[in-house]
Design a protein around this ligand. Structure first.
Ligand code: FAD
Length: 316
């Protein structure tokens, strides 16, 4: 690993100031960042990492002002084990619990989870062997024509066909959460965008400070279903986050597009209907409307239908 400076941030403003100096990256649990640094995946690795864990007051789960608030440094284990999250925002607790294995969830934070880098093997290849277009605007998307077993089934976003690796991101979009940063508050649906190496709209000197989930209408049920090749310590190939109340439904897929993908046709198919096998199957079939498999990932289309059906049925 190359020589790198590690500095502790004392406050959100201090972290922002240190990041603004340039060639810097924030670090929280480090479970994602360290692997990209060790692999020298990027052509412009940061010279400095700014430790966010030394900022006090960014680790909490509380209900306040008609919403659930989660500090960016809260670990996935804390979220998965929280009784308020499990009982009222089940989809989020299940998504947090679906991440990696216990060690990763003990160290990994919600802020780091939603800011993780692409998982595409071309992006992650050591020593930047493939200078893909997420790192270089003049680069290529190698997955379009070569290995693409795990990639998008809904085409490219800004030329990239990665599959969103975050388990938590689709759950937050389905919950219509807001992401509070050091400079603004954004809808989760606007926060996730293909932005160079990142899947967020964050600027280089901006950090996530809080996740805000609006209180759900009484009777709302939610669930997260994930399919991966391995039963643990594996990224989602296809996942589905569903939040359903009598007349409303919010259904978002993960793993099938570079960022979370709302399945509006599936939402329309289940809104106001009885949740039973026939209606869930019909909505599941709608979830892949407009999908376009790449050379090696047609299997994901059927799995997306089934994950959607299962997530809906779990909201019964
Ligand atoms: C073997 C393995 C398996 C994994 N499996 C899964 C999985 O199944 N599902 C899944 O979703 N993830 C998985 N991960 C990825 C990762 O462990 C998790 O996403 C974890 O939640 C990342 O959190 P962290 O705090 O460790 O992030 P870090 O590694 O500290 O940071 C990740 C990125 O986010 C940025 N960042 C961190 N905090 C902030 C903040 N507050 N504001 C702005 N930017 C920030 C960092 O600069 C960095 O670019 C896996 C990782 C490994 C190594």
């Amino acid at each position: 690993m190359y020589k790198i400076t590690h500095v502790d941030a004392t406050s959100v403003d201090d972290a922002v100031a240190k990041l603004a100096e340039g060639s810097a990256a924030a670090i929280a649990g480090g479970t994602d960042l360290i692997t990209t640094l060790k692999g020298m995946c990027t052509p412009t690795p940061p010279a400095k990492i700014v430790n966010l864990k030394t900022i006090s007051g960014l680790k909490y789960i509380k209900e306040e002002g008609g919403m659930l608030k989660i500090g960016a440094l809260t670990t996935l284990t804390e979220i998965a084990k929280s009784s308020v999250v499990s009982s009222k925002y089940t989809v989020l607790a299940q998504a947090a619990k679906a991440v990696g294995g216990p060690e990763l969830r003990n160290a990994g934070t919600i802020g780091g989870n939603i800011c993780q880098k692409p998982r595409c093997p071309y992006f992650r290849n050591e020593h930047n062997a493939f200078n893909c277009l997420r790192k270089n605007p003049n680069g290529l998307c190698y997955a379009l024509t070569d290995y693409n077993v795990k990639h998008s089934i809904f085409g490219a976003a800004a030329g990239c066909v990665d599959g969103c690796p975050s388990d938590v991101a689709p759950a937050l979009v389905a919950l219509k959460a807001k992401i509070k940063t050091s400079k603004r508050t954004m809808e989760a649906a606007d926060f996730f965008v293909v932005n160079g190496e990142d899947m967020t709209a964050l600027d280089a000197d901006e950090i996530v400070t809080e996740i805000q989930v609006p209180e759900l209408a009484s009777g709302t049920k939610s669930a997260y279903k994930k399919f991966a090749f391995r039963k643990s310590i594996d990224f989602p190939l296809v996942s589905c986050a569903a939040v359903i109340s009598g007349s409303d439904a919010s259904i978002v897929l993960g793993g099938v597009y570079p960022i979370p993908r709302r399945a509006t046709a599936a939402e329309d198919a289940i809104k106001g209907k009885t949740i039973d096998d026939a209606n869930a199957t019909a909505a599941g079939n709608e979830a892949t409307k407009g999908s376009v498999a790449l050379g090696q990932n047609k299997y994901k289309i059927q799995i997306a239908k089934v994950m959607t059906k299962r997530a809906i049925l779990a909201c019964k």
